[in-house]
Design a protein around this ligand. Sequence first.
Ligand code: CA
Length: 230
Amino acid sequence: MSKILIVEDESNIRQLVKYNLEKESYQVLEAEDGLQGLRLAKAEKPDLVLLDLMLPQMDGLEVCRSLKGNQATAALPIIMLTAKSEEIDKVIGLELGADDYMTKPFSPRELVARVKAVLRRSQKEASLPGELAVGRLRFNFSRYEVHMGNAKLELTPKEYELLKMLATNLGKVFTREQLLEKVWGYEYFGDTRTVDVHVRHLRAKMAGDPETADALETIRGFGYRLRELE
Ligand code: CA
């Protein structure tokens, strides 16, 4: 049974979410401010966190940053709950590594569907071997790190996820839309140039090893893939 932590100061939303998740047999923990949420996330090791943005004590972005910055909780999936007026914060949250977001008011049914999808994804990841070598790239999944030769690549969470998606599906071509859906993890309404920008940054960061950088191929009129490397 998966354990879900909801961090939300509005008790009616907390109750609604709790009711709907418990109906699906999830165990639900509640926190009503950011600090309490952070404490519970560390102490109780939930399988997923539903994180409101505007919170007393410590806001949702700070909680997200703290969880993603701590090795023990870095892999903990986060779905952010945002109000429409908080669009910009939502983008920052996703950059910080949140897995998905929902805009209030949301339907409980959709929330449950998103929770299931994010859990499915994270459980699949947990079953990956801890390390992977692709040419000169070496992934350490539990540490969220990639080394190229002896140098650690300094990647943003999304760059890391993108490279990992390509590396764990070596040779497979993905469309931009597929990458948006798999890496950004939600129906992305922005445009697919987001993917192009991230690929460009990845190539620049791997430029020290041209062969590796070149292996991240553009497939004209289709998308991208990481070619197999010796
Ligand atoms: Ca709030």
